[in-house]
Ligand binder design. Structure first.
Ligand SMILES: NC(=O)c1ccc[n+]([C@@H]2O[C@H](COP(=O)([O-])OP(=O)(O)OC[C@H]3O[C@@H](n4cnc5c(N)ncnc54)[C@H](O)[C@@H]3O)[C@@H](O)[C@H]2O)c1
Length: 398
């Protein structure tokens, strides 16, 4: 396998860090190791498009051919098959974790203990308990953990964010969030994808994670959740179809629908506010990008929408934007657009959805440490047999 890297030397400078030394020189460039070379290949390409900020020093995959191919594509960087060896070689500031979900907790822990910052693919980990442990470990080791939510950076979604924050949208009423994708036997030939142990969850955790994250990014925390999840499409352990009703903390509502059995694939985000309706494009894996449709309630609101977006400039999106954001977080101590607290909100929502579906209960957020959902998602059978259901009362926040 071989790939071509398109190096962009001068992307939109407004997206570059304030630190001009970092932009123009290499003094504060982050030295990167990548583990897992499938989606990690796309990470490698994005890092290579940002040569002023990142330098990939080594890549690692238990599959030697895959590691070698990515290393060669980067111009012959080090490659190895052992993660211990990657961390042990030293000279890294940042590890980009692109391995299957069941490895994330251990590999993030190891990287933090080795003094490295971390970018990690979704889903970050399998429970709020693990996430909170990692947050403590990161703080103790002065290392940052940046979760991958690359869809947050899409131009259409960012425009909506501005319209909401500038007060143009008004009160939120209802959001409908649809993830209609298709997964066949071929997709499940990678064994971890069919099991609870390997994937830590099904379509609610692994596939609709971006769409659900975009909902909470725009409309804020979730207050309560009621979900139904089933396995209808493929013979796998985890759910591949789900619906849920949510109440957000601002009192507005949201409906989620997810299937991995849609012959026509699409993702659709529709936000209904007092003053406007916002609709995403339908591209299944790119719905946060333009074009989005914004329709105001009156000519005056239409004018406000135009004026608010008048100076809008499109910039990098996807992994490029995500890694620029990570650079600002790690090197410049900024909060960032995709934060560990966002991964926590995402895992908390997934925990609530699973508990609700498995126990046929409404789950109220925040989920406290004494709530059974705090410790993981589990399979429905384990949950019911383990007595986790029926324990919601008194374990949720006010
Ligand atoms: N953000 C996104 O849009 C997006 C898209 C696809 C996948 N992902 C996530 O990325 C992660 C990886 O997904 P994938 O589809 O590339 O998985 P994959 O199984 O196709 O590839 C994982 C790679 O990691 C390697 N690997 C496995 N164990 C390893 C180990 N112990 N040490 C080193 N390498 C190891 C495998 O050989 C393989 O090359 C998952 O968490 C997935 O959810 C995110």
């Amino acid at each position: 396998m071989c790939f071509i890297i398109h190096v962009t030397q001068d992307p939109n400078p407004t997206f570059f860090p304030k630190n001009n030394e970092a932009f123009h020189g290499t003094a504060r460039r982050l030295r990167v190791g990548i583990v897992g070379c499938r989606i990690g290949h796309r990470h490698a390409l994005a890092f290579a498009r940002l040569p002023a900020l990142f330098e990939v020093k080594a890549v690692c995959d238990i599959d030697a051919d895959r590691a070698r191919a990515v290393a060669d594509g980067l111009g012959g960087v080090d490659w190895m098959q052992s993660y211990d060896e990657l961390l042990g070689r030293g000279g890294l500031d940042l590890v980009s974790i692109c391995t299957p979900p069941y490895l994330h907790f251990k590999q993030i822990s190891q990287a933090l203990q080795a003094g490295c910052h971390v970018i990690c693919e979704k889903p970050l980990v399998g429970s709020l308990r693990e996430l909170d442990q990692l947050a403590t470990l990161g703080a103790n080791n002065h290392a940052r953990i940046v979760p991958v939510f690359q869809m947050r950076f899409g131009g259409g979604l960012q425009k909506l964010k501005r319209l909401v924050e500038d007060g143009v949208a008004g009160r939120s009423y209802l959001a409908t969030i649809e993830t209609a994708w298709r997964r066949t036997e071929e997709y499940y030939e990678v064994p971890w994808r069919r099991t609870w142990k390997g994937s830590l969850g099904g379509c609610l955790l692994g596939h609709a994670v971006h769409a659900h994250d975009m909902l909470t990014y725009i409309n804020g925390p979730v207050a309560r959740v009621r979900a139904i999840a089933k396995t209808l499409v493929n013979p796998v352990e985890t759910e591949d179809c789900a619906t849920a009703s949510l109440e957000m903390s601002d009192g507005s509502l949201a409906s989620l629908s997810v299937t991995l059995g849609s012959v026509v694939e699409l993702s659709r985000l529709r936000f209904c506010y007092e003053n406007l309706v916002a609709e995403s494009n339908l591209a299944p894996y790119d719905c946060s990008s333009d074009p989005w449709k914004f329709v105001g309630a009156s000519a005056e609101i239409e004018k406000q929408i135009r004026e608010t977006l008048l100076d809008w400039k499109s910039g990098p999106e996807g992994y490029d934007a995500q890694f620029l954001d990570a650079y600002r977080v790690i090197r410049e101590g900024e909060q960032g657009v995709a934060r560990l607290s966002d991964a926590r909100a995402s895992i908390e929502l997934a925990s609530a959805l699973y508990h609700s579906a498995q126990c046929d209960e409404t789950v109220y957020l925040p989920i406290r440490p004494e709530h059974p959902a705090y410790s993981g998602f589990h399979s429905a059978e384990n949950r019911v047999l383990g007595g986790a259901c029926g324990t919601t009362d008194g374990a949720h926040g006010s």
